[in-house]
Design a binder for this molecule. Sequence first.
Ligand code: G6P
Length: 462
Amino acid sequence: MSRLVIISNRVAVAKGRGAAGAQGGLAGALNSALKKFGGVWFGWSGQEADETTGHIQLHTNDGVTTATIDLSHHDVEEYYNGYANSTLWPLFHYRIDLTEYENETGRGYERVNEAFAQSVSPLIDPDDLVWVHDYHLLPLGERLRSKGLKNRIGFFLHTPWPPARLFVSLPYHERLVRTMLEYDLIGFQTDEWLGSFLHYCEKELGAEVDEATGRISFEGRTTYARAYPIGVDWDHIQAQAKLPEARQAAQRMLSSTRHRTAMIGVDRLDYSKGLPERIDGISRFFDQNPDRVRDLVFIQIAPPSREDVDSYQKIRAELEQKTGQINGARSEVDIVPIRYVNKGHSLAELCGFYSTAKIGLVTPLRDGMNLVAKEYVAVQDPEDPGVLILSQFAGAAHQLKDAVLVNPHSPDNLARAIRLALDMPLEERKRRYQSMVKSVREEDIHGWTDNFVGDLRSVGAD
Ligand code: G6P
């Protein structure tokens, strides 16, 4: 059986960061895939050095080998803070108003992709399967091919892929997508992002696209693009939810919210998550239902993220201002309507919080998938489940159709959904929960890895 070589910007997430959603689940899933197939996980150490030397640090822990390199401050600025997080991230989340179009950071991005390829290629054996992750590394497959690699190389995008009309605002968009066509298989979270990518390849590149199989033929090469919706690690979550840490977290929530309904949001502090819009919706709910200020407490856990990037500093300031404003206006000496927490929490603690919150509020303006929505559902009490309010613009909405789906831009729509959730009869809560939990449990992370790796091995062989 071939080994697996996984390559992503980050290799593992420090414990306790919390709210990484996809990251936490992803780390677990990829670790278990590596244990199963053997292999190595390569990426940036998260550390800065004087220079990017490509020197590899190897660690083996619990049967999984990781290989990391440090990057120079200049490379981190141009590749990570610059092109990846100030250009591609906003563009892929449809925010061309926030997208920076600087050629210089683009060169840094290419430089780091080349440095990754140079460092990792000696670790790759001829029959290894190579699996590259996310927008930081779009051209990596092509860089690996330039080193003579003939291996099967797959790529998975964890974010949305924007409509072609937005994507063409990126200078050199064509060059970037051409490099992606060096992969054998490209995975997206939903049919929607897949459709945008195929449409771009057909209309802008002039590639031949077969929608039924996802086959893209271009200049003598064939690539397959398909949707693989990522899931949570069901068993792991259930185990975490039973830990004393989870029980204590639940107890803390219960004792501090007595007689009030807790509503929870857990997100990285990112403008794609719709946090100020969420606060506006809650504020509208209180305006329309002043008698219910005493009934409801909203807990927003939002660990800061990408703090060196301007747009993240701005969204943080905006959120602080909005929560301060509504708390000032609505608080009583014994009541604070919004608890705003910048700290990260472990998955076990989050499970405890989710299980005591009667409403889960997941309202991104755009999101590749959003695993917080699935985690929330996974730990509800089947006999008395909470209600998930979910943005129609999250990838998860394609599967969790029985959530209360909302337009996160509309404060009225959010306010109405909160009211509906608060008043929802037990029978309806159970019905919605049962349909959602079925999908969360059946389409879990192990199926996701097996499907992708299975296809990467076999695609195009017929
Ligand atoms: C999203 C991205 C991941 C990224 C994570 C945390 O989920 O798709 O690739 O690792 O956010 O962001 P960070 O910049 O801290 O790695």
